[in-house]
Write a new protein. Structure first.
Length: 181
């Protein structure tokens, strides 16, 4: 059994946690986030710690979830979250312009990807000439969702490895057809 829900969340300097009924609001140097706690879960603040408790054992799975989501909000407003994507392929690339990213992925047209509010994207080149996309934001869920949707535009194919992949992702390359004897 996991004991994550029993751990206290340490609130760092510059971060303010406000508990109003079933709503937890977190304010920090990077922005504000709020979340509604599910029924059966109580959140209490004691000094610079936030503790999550439950009414009965039938809600113990919600305690760990609630604690993790509040911790992610505290980290998000103080440090933020970042995901990196790598685009590999001849002629493949991306360019951030305003509130959208324009991809060139080998299709007959360019793919325009609108960015949700609170997400910023930077593009740069790595030493091999591949494009690196850096996705920043304070909400961990939104950052991960945007990265997954961008990767979905052109998944890495298994024969040459071309496509969009996470920066630390390893793609196993399959051998092609053998020449006939």
């Amino acid at each position: 059994m996991s004991k994550i829900g029993k751990k206290a969340i340490v609130v760092t300097d510059g971060v303010e946690v406000k508990i109003d009924g079933s709503t937890v609001s977190v304010k920090g140097p990077k922005g504000n986030l709020s979340w509604t706690v599910p029924a059966g879960v109580q959140v209490a603040q004691e000094g610079n710690e936030v503790k999550v408790s439950i009414e009965d054992d039938s809600k113990k799975n919600l305690r760990g979830l609630s604690r993790t989501l509040i911790h992610n909000m505290v980290v998000g407003v103080s440090q933020g979250y970042e995901k990196k994507l790598l685009i590999i392929g001849v002629g493949y690339g991306a360019q951030a312009s305003g509130n959208e990213v324009i991809f060139s992925l080998g299709y007959a047209h360019k793919v325009h990807f609108p960015l949700p509010e609170g997400i910023t994207v930077k593009t740069e080149q790595d030493p091999k000439g591949n494009t690196v996309i850096i996705i920043d934001g304070i909400n961990k869920e939104t950052v991960g969702e945007v990265a997954a949707k961008m990767r979905e535009l052109k998944k890495p194919e298994p024969y040459k490895g071309k496509g969009i992949r996470y920066f630390d992702e390893f793609v196993k390359i399959k051998p092609g057809k053998s020449a006939k004897k």
